[in-house]
Design a protein around this ligand. Structure first.
Ligand SMILES: Nc1nc2c(c(=O)[nH]1)N=C([C@H](O)[C@@H](O)CO)CN2
Length: 126
């Protein structure tokens, strides 16, 4: 018999602003630069939708605090590194099976609005 259809819902964070040390050049190691982070977490929100209880939800405030702390502590060279660490952290800590993470560096290239990486990571189910 086929599995019943599961809901595909998302909890999202859009345009989270974090200042952190980021970059490959010597001068970049001396300053903080702005990052803009988007996260989309696949999760079934129907339980929280019924209970109206934060315990049944992915708490996006907690997610934002975690991301800010992670970016500031890591002092990564590449935005790729931050995207991977954010995805790994979210998949490990929160009730989601798939996460999409975008990390943009809006002041990196004078001639561009922003440069960014975007990744999708899925938890391995054994
Ligand atoms: N793919 C990437 N390319 C570059 C990165 C990066 O994080 N990922 N970083 C830099 C510098 O730090 C740049 O932002 C300074 O303007 C160059 N290329």
């Amino acid at each position: 018999m086929s599995e019943p259809l599961k809901n595909t819902d998302f909890v999202k964070v859009k345009g989270l602003k974090v200042k952190a040390v980021i970059g490959v050049f010597d001068w970049e190691r001396e300053i903080e630069q702005p990052l803009l982070i988007d996260v989309s977490m696949a999760t079934d929100i129907s339980k929280a939708g019924k209970s109206d209880d934060i315990k049944d939800a992915i708490n996006y405030k907690e997610v934002c605090d975690d991301i800010a702390e992670l970016c500031q502590q890591t002092k990564a060279m590449l935005i790729e590194r931050l995207a991977e660490l954010i995805a790994e952290h979210i998949l490990t800590k929160y009730n989601t099976t798939q996460v999409e993470v975008s990390v943009a560096k809006p002041t990196a290239i004078k001639e561009a609005d922003a440069v960014a990486v975007q990744i999708i990571r899925t938890s391995v189910v054994s």
